[in-house]
Design a protein around this ligand. Sequence first.
Ligand code: KIV
Ligand code: ZN
Length: 519
Amino acid sequence: MAAQVKFLDTTLRDGEQSAGIGMTVDEKLQIARQLGRLKVDIIEAGFAASSPGDFQAVQRIAEDVHGPVICSLSRAVPGDVDAAWGAIKSAEKPRIHVFLSSSEIHQMHQLRKDREDVMTMAVDMVSRARGYCEDVEFSPMDATRTNPDYLYRMLEEVIRMGASTINIADTVGYAIPSDFQTMLNNIKQNVRGIENVTLSVHCHNDLGLAVSNSLAAIEVGARQVEGCINGIGERAGNASLEEIIMALDTRKDLFGVELSVDTTQIYPTSRLVSRITGMNVQANKAIVGENAFRHASGIHQDGVLKDRSTYEVMQPERVGLPPDVQLVLGKLSGRAGLQARLEALGYSLDREEVTGVYERFVELADKKNEVTDRDLEILMDEENRTASEPISYSLETVHFTSGDKDIPTATVRLIGPDGNAKTDASTGNGPVDAVCRAIDRVIGSTARISDFQVQAVSEGRDSVGSVSIRIENNGRMFSGRGANTDIIVASAHAYLSAMNRMLAADEEAELPAVGTTPD
Ligand code: KIV
Ligand code: ZN
């Protein structure tokens, strides 16, 4: 029987470490459920000890998502291991993932600890985690820049203590495929007991080689790979999980390994992650980019029309791209047409839920001739977001005037946490600035906008505008998004959504910390 490669998805942990991303507990749960549909083998749900919010997210996912192993990251300190277990203990299949720096650079400059003390921490904490559960992963951080003999000894020790997965972390994206293969082969030859555990790799994309390194590792026997949907993550990101999955699926002839993933869930998962994180997928991104299956040149179009295999190495349906639109959705469409299209896009809704979405759909169809798939995604996103987002303030009305000779002015009316309406107005150097300043005046905020992106969701003058905003407050970043056919109204929603997240985080910071924190 062919060997199986397992996928550990860390979109909710390493992916969330992308600069400027902050997800609510409900949003994380929504992504985790979708990862369950994608049938990844392991979901790294978060880093339980890092904050009360992360603890809660890991715990909710552990209780709610069935099928995959649910894992929490943990530093090699007792409080972290205890918090990780506290958060995952109700999972069907719990895992604790302990990590610790193995390279001299990290030990000297970051940990500032003696290498033998670090060795003891690794041994003690894997043993502690093993006391809680059988499934324990150990990652030597910055493994690819670690002295090989020290690394072999560390791995041997943690395997002796009961680690069941050894994850070689290319933390800073330093590896080169051929060199990485040599390193893994050496580990296999020099570490006693490695044959009894799962060898895993975790590659970052600093040199653009994360996927290549992961595939090279599979060629020499790695049987778990870690990565994120859309390749998000620290700095240049993690290995893009969908690219590894489709490389293994498309080139089965070469790799000859089995996967349990449902590839048709890739596209809906990618769209969901992009919408929730506010990180757009570049158009030419492999597998999930907007142009990934579009053919522009005449020769290519001719070939594809005769036989798709002339210019496509995989079928778009294989990655879950929705079939071409047969029915145009507009204001005359009924609930059945809407439900059918939503199902083709990967949403399953009951009658009651369809009725809720239908109201929003009719509102939009009144403003637009044709409601496209992208419009529907935004509609669903708004529906889910308003149901799950922390709401301290909601927008009742926004009014603005602007023009080439006028001073942009905006008035907003917000409903506050006490249920009372508050109105304020401001001028600005543009209508968006005026609206945001007016909102600031109501809330009393001094947050700064650090990123502002407007995207037309579909083509045409009547397109829905989708706005993503990031704000910075006391060194912390919060993102928000909003959509409307009027981009100033969309901006007001996006700004308020970021503000609400900031206010929820401020409230959370006042809760007592979970578990003990490391030194
Ligand atoms: O990049 C890294 O080293 C990590 C570890 C925690 C596995 O994310
Ligand atoms: Zn990482």
